[in-house]
Ligand binder design. Sequence first.
Ligand SMILES: [Cu+2]
Ligand SMILES: [Zn+2]
Length: 215
Amino acid sequence: MRRTVTAVLALSTALALGACGADSDDRSVSPRPGQADTEDLTAGPSGAADEGIQVTTATLKDASGADKGTVEVNDLDGKTEFVFEVTGLPAGFHGLHLHKIGKCEPNSADPTDAAKKGDFLSSGGHLGEGDHPEHSGDLPPLLVQKDGSATMRVTTDRVNPDEILDQDGTAIVVHGEPDNFANIPKRYSSSGPDAETKKAGDAGPRVACGAFTPQ
Ligand SMILES: [Cu+2]
Ligand SMILES: [Zn+2]
């Protein structure tokens, strides 16, 4: 019974592949009855995954200007995909957000408070309205491995490519600390997260930044 279901699945995958014109090999268009193997299934959906349309890319740099990797933005027709390839960062979780302005300037002023200066502060606050983590620019944290590298592919329907490439652009910012997503249990504070936490999730300093700017 299970075999039959698997075979039907593989066949429909193959038909779907054929229908959308994806390159398919003979094996996937003609599954052997009762012998549909998992290879066919994985080669189907993942191998022919819609890669979307590349919208823009950015190079991540730290405050000294050292290269820390790349971020690619793809339009998946209603969703936006970010592909991170990062190197040379401290291991562990790092808060990750889109910030309002496409500027990555070390020791720069916060646009809402000129007296406040720090690395990449001129990129402004998180993209979007409301409290953290409901900002449209809030993303899952980046997990950096022991060797300092990180790879992540993440999809969000909170932000579209036009907003990323608006007039003043957008910055992708990697923070020095994990993001707490304003998840502060009541046993720590009966009043819940404070204004600071609701603004940015206590992700700490901005350690790397990449600017998306309209061409
Ligand atoms: Cu941030
Ligand atoms: Zn936020």
